[in-house]
Design a protein around this ligand. Structure first.
Ligand code: DX5
Ligand code: ZN
Length: 238
């Protein structure tokens, strides 16, 4: 079959388990289970208890995890001193870093710093932050992180307006010729995944309402999430 007649390949929707939701007292075993279930990206939430009132994991955990897995590391900074943490995780060896537009005093400079480390740079937007915050950093972006909950804690419920924000973000990027992936983070549940994927999500941060849900094993939950993704893709293709 010639290439032009080949069936269009389905977009690959990444599941990035949120490590702060894992069993942190048995993290190596948890990571093994996730790898066996086909996971190739891990989401690490780095919080400083200032930008958000929480601090679930730190640099040492990311450092020690690096030696245990080949998974891509997806770092979500929720800190005030972004440049310090960018340099610190770059030293450890990570593949992408998202910084909050709300926390970055010099967002363009920080995104440039990430890319100077040859790491993919992302802008993270809180639920209430408009997409126009991306207007003057588009050239510095490798992905966009849409928060579907207010950052800082796992186990929250999706902010309803953010579901339409995902679709708006896809349209916003497409209108500007930016074929960038959209990462979605917060209450990425079995029920919400189809809506999020249908709206345009490409990377799903799996937390307490999917990958780490108490109703099943990691493998069972990932399989259920994959089924929810397929529903969303079918709806996206209409
Ligand atoms: C919250 C973090 C999320 C969180 C997701 O600020 O960015 O990654 O761990 O947890 P759930 O999926 O339970 O909302
Ligand atoms: Zn996160």
């Amino acid at each position: 079959m010639s290439v032009e007649n080949a069936a269009p390949t389905k977009p690959h929707i990444h599941i990035a388990p949120s490590v702060m939701c894992a069993d942190l007292c048995n993290l190596e075993a948890d990571i093994r289970e996730l790898e066996t279930a086909g996971i190739d990206m891990l989401h690490f939430d780095l919080m400083d208890a200032h930008f958000v009132p929480n601090m679930p994991i730190g640099l040492a955990l990311i450092q020690q995890s690096r030696a245990k897995t080949e998974c891509a590391f997806d770092i979500h900074l929720m800190v005030e001193n972004n440049d310090f943490f960018v340099d610190a995780v770059a030293e450890i060896g990570v593949q992408q870093i998202a910084v909050h537009v709300e926390s970055a005093t010099h967002l363009d400079r920080t995104l440039s710093l990430i890319q100077a480390h040859n790491i993919k740079a992302g802008a993270a937007l809180n639920p209430a932050t408009p997409l126009s915050a991306l207007d003057y950093v588009l050239e510095r972006l490798d992905f966009v992180l849409i928060m579907t909950v207010n950052p800082g804690f796992a186990g929250q419920k999706v902010v309803p307006a953010t579901l339409r924000k995902i679709a708006k973000c896809r349209a916003f990027l497409d209108e500007r010729g930016m074929d960038l992936p959209i990462e979605v983070d917060g209450n990425v549940s079995f029920e919400n995944i189809p809506k999020m994927v249908s709206a345009g999500a490409d990377i799903l941060v799996g937390g307490t309402s999917s990958v780490f849900h108490t109703s099943g094993s990691r493998a069972e939950n990932i399989q259920q999430a994959q089924q929810a993704i397929a529903l969303g893709l079918a709806h996206r293709e209409g």
